[in-house]
Design a protein. Structure first.
Length: 133
């Protein structure tokens, strides 16, 4: 029997060709995993990497609407020494439709956002299917 995944669970990363992927994480190991995951797709997508939350928010919020339509956000939940989390990043950048929150933590406030915020467990990042369509 096949069970449908909850709406908040991201079971794959699906990115359109010509998109810009914004990776926001303060963990260097995670950035290396992302770098490896996107290897070979350099001609189809552009990847921008950020460790500073406000820098990423400013980057996303200074884009025009047409430019932002081509962006996909992959964000961590917690950031060391930064008083903001990934859910707030999604809210502040209005990236509800094109994001995945990648975390290994239980998120107590997730119940308020589970219809809007899609999430994936960071432990399985290297196994998550990537589709560039």
């Amino acid at each position: 029997m096949k069970v449908e995944s909850p709406k908040w669970f991201a079971d794959k990363i699906e990115i359109k060709k010509g998109s810009t992927v914004v990776v926001l994480d303060d963990d260097k190991v995670s950035h290396e995993v992302w770098k490896e995951k996107f290897k070979g797709y350099e001609k189809e997508i552009e990847v921008k990497r950020f460790t500073d939350v406000m820098e990423a928010i400013n980057y996303l919020n200074t884009m025009g609407d047409k430019e932002k339509e081509k962006v996909f956000l992959l964000t961590a939940y917690k950031f060391k020494g930064q008083d903001i989390n990934g859910i707030v990043v999604i809210e502040k950048t209005n990236m509800y439709d094109k994001h995945i929150l990648v975390t290994s933590q239980y998120i107590s406030d997730m119940k308020n956002f589970n219809e809007k915020v899609r999430t994936f467990n960071k432990m399985y990042l290297s196994d998550m299917p990537l589709l560039v369509v």
